[in-house]
Design a protein around this ligand. Structure first.
Ligand code: ATP
Length: 488
């Protein structure tokens, strides 16, 4: 990261804390590494992103329904899903500093350094080599790659590495209070399995016909070794996942469909297309026959935001084997090639999986700007603004009586009562109006309305737009509809 982007990123983290978006967890005890709490504005923004996703999945697609499965699941779930045996990352320790690293992170950091120095070709080459070695589980080759590229520990500065080995990322705990009688269970590392084990419950009770999807949002837990970059990589985080069940053989068609559909969702928030890109996986997870990431250009480079995975019938088939319960679907549509129904089969699955916290970080990074404003008298001023898309902003409208007297607060309160059932409003009567505007800019409120003495005469108010800072007079009676048009 260059100094400017590093500074901007630090400024975003401070801003997030100062304005009640994100706090370090249990901060009075000096925090807990890679765990964060969301404050009043943060929890609103997070909820709005979640709702926007949920609505796009379950309301705008009539063949997708939602569920809310428990975090705890029967331990065999994680045997069947492959997580007990395969959910691990290659790690390496530095013998001098005792610090542990994920090998792919060390190599990616080296590639970032090379890119910053302008050597894109060398950066691409090292990433390509890494992917090929990871794909072949070639740990000796990976260690050689570290040596060849003189990759050292950032704490000790040495290349005194241990051998590379696998480290499972699942958290475990005990069910029940008596240790001897209890079973080890895991905190789910992904929400997807709650969907798979409920496949038939949902298909039957909601009377779904293939192709159809099941959506879910909820907490997931991973014992990430290298937890860095604020809420980008956390130990407790939230996922928004959708599993789309399809007829075997049609998975690539749906994979491409969801790739486009998910990108359209991001664009529907008015986010800049040039900050997004697709990254096709070379090393496929144990369950996938195709996979890609939607990456976003965070201040620390292009990084995974969302995964689109063609998971084949791996999960359902495996649950069928482990549970000894059939996970089949009877498809009575006619197969034109045989003239008979498609019949019984285990569906294939295309998954879209996005981290809610990563999406939140994207919104902060994309929206944050320290803007210099040229004033009419030739001087300059500055403001910090969060350009959060109006649809998901914590507050949609700030209602500001110019003064706390002369009947202005009453008019303001009336507007508040009229609007607050439809969208979230913020009321404030303290401080100079300029200062109040700046505070709303800093928390991303798209519209401010000021009620002044003139309002009493003509029922007109001043509306101020966050992004352009333009102000205009409109009828008090038009405010609600104007905001509704922008946020729905
Ligand atoms: P990464 O390579 O960054 O570790 P992953 O490939 O393991 O991510 P998936 O298993 O595909 O991630 O999970 C789906 C999504 O969940 C990711 O695209 C990401 O947005 C989110 N996610 C995964 N791990 C974390 C984490 N530790 N903190 C926050 N979000 C996460």
């Amino acid at each position: 990261m260059s100094n400017t982007t590093e500074n901007t990123f630090q400024a975003i983290i401070s801003h997030a804390k100062e304005y009640g978006f994100v706090f370090p967890s249990s901060e009075i005890y000096d925090g807990l590494s890679a765990v964060y709490d969301y404050g009043p504005n943060g929890s609103e923004l997070k909820k709005n992103i979640r709702d926007y996703w949920w609505k796009s999945m379950t309301q705008l697609h009539d063949n997708i329904v939602g569920i809310d499965a428990a975090i705890f699941m029967h331990p065999t779930t994680w045997k069947a899903s492959g997580h007990v045996d395969n959910f691990s990352d290659p790690m390496i320790d530095n013998k001098d500093s005792q610090k542990r690293y994920r090998v792919d992170h060390l190599i990616e950091a080296k590639a970032d350094q090379l890119r910053e120095a302008g050597d894109n070709a060398a950066a691409d080459a090292i990433v390509a080599q890494m992917e090929q070695l990871l794909g072949a589980d070639d740990f000796v080759g990976l260690k050689q790659l570290l040596t060849d590229n003189k990759i050292v520990c950032s704490v000790s500065g040495t290349a005194n590495w241990t051998e590379i080995r696998q480290f499972n990322l699942m958290f475990s705990t005990q069910l029940g209070s008596v240790a001897e009688e209890s079973d080890t269970i895991y905190l789910r590392p992904e929400t997807a399995q709650g969907i798979f084990v409920n496949f038939l419950n949902v298909q039957k009770t909601a009377r779904m016909k293939i192709p159809f999807g099941i959506a879910q949002t909820g907490k997931a837990f991973r014992n990430e070794i290298v937890a860095r970059q604020f809420i980008f990589r956390m130990r407790e985080f939230e996922q928004m996942e959708m599993q789309f069940f399809v007829r075997p053989g049609t998975q690539m068609e749906w994979y491409n469909f969801w790739k486009e559909e998910r990108m359209k969702w991001h664009m529907s928030l008015g986010l800049p297309a040039d900050k997004f890109r697709f990254h096709n996986h070379v090393k496929l997870a144990h369950y996938a026959d195709a996979a890609l990431d939607i990456e976003y250009e965070f201040p620390f480079g292009f990084k995974e935001l969302e995964g689109i995975h063609s998971r084949t019938d791996f999960d359902l088939k495996s649950h069928q084997e482990f549970s000894k319960k059939k996970q089949q679907y009877f498809d009575n549509d006619i197969d034109e090639t045989t003239g008979k129904p498609f019949g019984n089969y285990i569906p294939y699955v295309v998954e879209t999986s996005i981290g809610l916290d990563r999406m939140f970080l994207l919104i902060l990074c994309n929206g944050y700007e320290e803007e210099t404003i040229a004033k009419e008298d030739g001087t300059t001023d500055s403001r910090t603004v969060l350009r959060i898309p109006a649809k998901i902003a914590p507050n949609k409208l700030a209602i500001l009586p110019l003064v706390k007297k002369d009947g202005l607060p009453e008019i303001a309160r009336q507007l508040m009562d009229d609007c607050k059932g439809s969208f979230k409003c913020f009321y404030e009567e303290k401080d100079a109006i300029g200062k109040r505007y700046r505070r709303q800019d800093a928390i991303g409120t798209p519209f401010c309305v000021t009620i002044d003495h003139q309002t009493k005469e003509d029922n007109m108010v001043t509306i101020r737009y966050r992004d352009s800072m333009k102000q205009e007079r409109i009828a008090l009676s038009e405010v609600k509809q104007l905001v509704l048009n922008a946020v729905s």
